[in-house]
Design a protein around this ligand. Structure first.
Ligand code: NAD
Length: 424
């Protein structure tokens, strides 16, 4: 295959486009966002991802990657557009449907269409196939159709695109094999072939498994506080068991994947997903749980109090703010009448409704009464009591991610309250 159209130049589509382009495939990169296309054409990128800027720039300069708004006839079409949910948690598949509609006029016999967006079970067969067949061509007979989930870790996307095992689920064996042929261009990990619905379920099961395991860790943190123990110590000891691997509690679960995908299963089969549904509710209520810790620490009078909230992304050392529980925690806190000034080193200019942000760490810390750690960014792990004392009079810290060593901060005169710790 020598020419590929990729729909959606975001965290998934752009690195994928660059990898194909860097390996000699002509890539038409399509996005509906003006700013993204113009940024790319002008040699920049709109997301932070290790190593991405250089490979994108090189691909555009070499002419192998062409960012544009309009698709063209190609050998293969890859859809990597967002699949968020509506307010009531139903999957919003409008972008996938729109991308499929845009492929229809360009679809030719022998083409391959691959859906990469995380999608509810049966999307490839029940949503994508009928739209593509409006072309007059039949999936499986005239063109290949497959689902291939993305499983990369933000921050390591380029490395993982190449080295991770890739699943390709075809609507038939020939479609899966055509997908294998395409991704073999740059994938060095195993390429596992299966059917489309199994591949859809694999992705949803992976993220749901993580969500449930984080939910149980969050419940353990609540139980630890009730029973007067330190959950971090308990988890460390429990994990010495050779068959136990408890994850870390925290302010909740965010991002475009783990906090969203389990809802696709709940929507698709509400009668079979009570555990999955409960885990979602536990994780979604964790910001309120952290807020309760902060309010307890602040005591009665909340007005005139300033909280420095450190970190807003959905996890450490990434710039992604989507569905972030840290943002939700800051917002909920501000609703209680305290002044919240947040600092996010990876997005210093980002603005939010409901609370203030500062473009610098110092701006958040100065005059703060309490420091709330919401994300374990490396920059925050490296903070020292001496540095904080120079900037701020705050001597109270709520650490929701357990990055501050208690002995160091307490002996420096700070009161350190950690999520999941019920003893002093
Ligand atoms: N980000 C991750 O780490 C990750 C990991 C695994 C799977 N996924 C899945 O991959 C899919 C894409 O996620 P993402 O993080 O890259 O999203 P993103 O929001 O970063 O990028 C999607 C891009 O698609 C564009 N777009 C929207 N509608 C379009 C259309 N009709 N035609 C062309 N472009 C369109 C948007 O403007 C945006 O730039 C989602 O289903 C997501 O769940 C993401």
């Amino acid at each position: 295959m020598t020419k590929v159209c990729i729909f959606g130049l975001g965290y998934i589509g752009l690195p994928t486009a660059a990898m194909f382009a860097a390996n000699g495939v002509e890539v038409i990169g399509i996005d509906i966002n003006d700013k993204i296309i113009h940024t790319l054409i002008n040699g920049g990128i709109h997301i932070q991802e290790y190593g991405l800027a250089a490979i994108v720039k090189q691909s555009i300069e070499s002419g192998f990657l062409k960012p544009t708004f309009e698709p063209e006839p190609a050998d293969a079409f890859i859809i990597a557009v967002p699949t968020p949910f509506y307010e009531d948690k139903r999957a919003d598949m409008r972008a996938v449907a729109a991308a499929a509609e845009a492929i229809v006029p360009h679809l030719r016999k022998g083409n391959l269409v691959i859906l990469e967006s995380t999608s509810p079970p049966l999307t490839t067969i029940n949503l994508l196939k009928p739209i593509l067949e409006k072309s007059g061509l039949t999936a499986g007979k005239d063109f290949h159709l497959a689902y291939s989930p993305e499983r990369v870790l933000p921050g390591q996307i380029l490395k993982e695109l190449v080295n991770n095992a890739r699943v390709i689920g075809g609507i038939d064996i020939a479609s899966a094999k055509a997908g294998q042929n395409l991704y073999a261009t740059f994938v060095k990990g195993d390429i596992v072939l299966t059917d489309a619905t199994t591949a859809e379920m694999v992705k949803l099961m992976e993220n749901t498994y993580r969500d449930i395991n984080i939910a149980v860790a969050n419940e353990f943190s609540r139980l630890a506080e009730r029973f007067g123990i330190d959950v971090w110590e308990a988890i460390r000891i429990a994990n010495l068991h050779p068959r136990v691997k408890i994850l870390n509690p925290g302010p909740g679960v965010g991002g475009h994947c783990i906090s969203v995908d389990p809802w696709f299963l709940v929507e698709a089969a509400p009668d079979l997903t009570s555990l999955i549904h409960s885990a979602r509710q536990v994780n979604d209520s964790q910001p309120a749980y952290v807020v309760r810790l902060v309010l307890k620490a602040l005591g009665e009078s909340l007005s005139n109090k300033k909280i420095a909230a450190l970190g807003l992304t959905y996890k450490q050392d990434v710039d992604d703010l989507r569905e972030s529980p840290a943002v939700e925690t800051a917002r909920l806190l501000a609703k209680h009448g305290v002044r919240v000034v947040a600092f996010e080193p990876y997005r210093p200019d980002a603005q939010f409704e409901g609370f203030e942000t500062s473009g610098s760490l110092e701006g958040a810390l100065v005059d703060a009464d309490l420091i709330l750690i919401l994300v374990g960014h490396k920059q925050f792990q490296e903070l020292t009591p001496d540095y904080v004392k120079q900037i701020s009079h705050a001597r109270m810290i709520v650490d929701s991610v357990n990055i501050f060593p208690i002995s160091i901060w307490q002996s420096a005169g700070f009161r350190l309250i950690r999520l999941g710790v019920g003893k002093s």
